[in-house]
Design a protein around this ligand. Sequence first.
Ligand code: ADP
Ligand code: MG
Length: 348
Amino acid sequence: MIEDKNQPRTELSDLGEFGLINHLTKNLKIQQKSTVYGIGDDAAVLDFKTDKVVVTTDLLVEGVHFDLSYAPLKHLGYKSVVVNLSDVYAMNAEATQVTVSIAVSNRFPLEALEALYAGIETAANVYNVDVVGGDTTSSTTGLLISVTAIGKVAQNEEVYRNGAKPNDLLVVSGDLGGAYMGLQVLEREKEVFKVNPNNQPDLDGYTYIIERQLKPEARKDIVELLKALEVKPTAMIDVSDGLSSEIMHLCTQSEVGCDLYENKIPLDPQVISVCEEFDIDSTTVALNGGEDYELLFTIAQDDFDKIKGNPHLSVIGYITEKDAGLHLVTRAETKIELKAQGWKNFND
Ligand code: ADP
Ligand code: MG
C-alpha cells in the first residue's frame, strides 16, 4: 500500500496533469454502443436512441467514507464505481458509462493512482461500462473520488421508490449485515496493529464479510433476473444505508406502511457467528448496518409465483395502508415500530 517502503515511488509532479491523465486512462476500452466518443475531447458524446437515461453521482472522501489503512486502493477504485452502479440498477436500468473525478495530494505516488485505476478498470470490465471522462485536480491533504454513473432504460421500464401499493410483497436480494460486520473486524484488527505493528492480522474465517466491506458487488444480475422472470417491481431502492432506513424511504415516498418479519431477514451464517463473537444482535446489524448494496423492492402479489423459491431473493414482509405504520414483527411475534437509525447513528 502507499506507505510500503519496498514499493517504487514515482512523484505525480514528474508527470504533470496531462501526462497523468493519459497514463491513467490509456488502457480503458470502449464497449458500449451508446458511447459515441469517450475520453479526449471537451465532453463525451453519448447516443441513447429511444431509451431513457438515468444519471447518478457519489462523492467519496478519505477519512469520511474510506480509511486507507485497511482499504487497498485497488479495492477502493472498484468500490467507488460499484456503489454508483448500484444506484443505476435500483432504477431498473442498465449501467453504460461512468465518469471518474479525483482530487489527490502529493502524498500519493503515481503507483497509488495506478492501483486505484486498476480497480476502476476491473469494475468497468466486470459491469460492462465505459469510463468516458472525469477530472483530475490536486488536494491539500487527502484523496477525494467522485464517480458519476449513466444508464439506460426502455421507456416506461424505470422503477421509482414511490410505486409500492398495499398488499405488495417486500423483497430483498442476497443477504444483509455482512459489510457492517466486515468493518467491525477490520476496525478491530487496526487497533491490534496500532498496539503491535508486528502482529499480522488473522482474517481467516472472516473472508466473506471483509469482502462484502472492501469489495462489494452491485446487483446487475438481479435486474436481469427480474427481467427474465417478467417481474417489474412496483418500487425499488438499493440498500446502502441499512434495511430500516431504506424501507422508510420507500414507504414514505410511496405513502404506504409495512410489516417486516424479523425471521425472514436473510443473514449469512458468517454474519450470525461474527455477531455472536462481537455480542451484537444480528437483526440490529441488518436493520442499521450499511453498505450491503442489495436491492430492496416491492412486487404485486400476482408475481409471487415467478420469484418463489429463488435463492437470490427473500420475501421479508408486505406493504400495508399508510395509517397502519411501519412495523417489525419479531421472532416472538410482537410488533414493534420500525425506526431508522441508519449507518451514521449506529454507535450512539
Ligand atoms: P478539461 O480541461 O476540458 O477539463 P481535462 O484536461 O481535464 O479537460 O481532461 C481531458 C480529458 O481527459 C477529458 O476527456 C476528461 O474527461 C478526461 N479525464 C480527465 N481526468 C480524468 C480522470 N481522472 N479519469 C478519466 N478521465 C479523465
Ligand atoms: Mg478537467
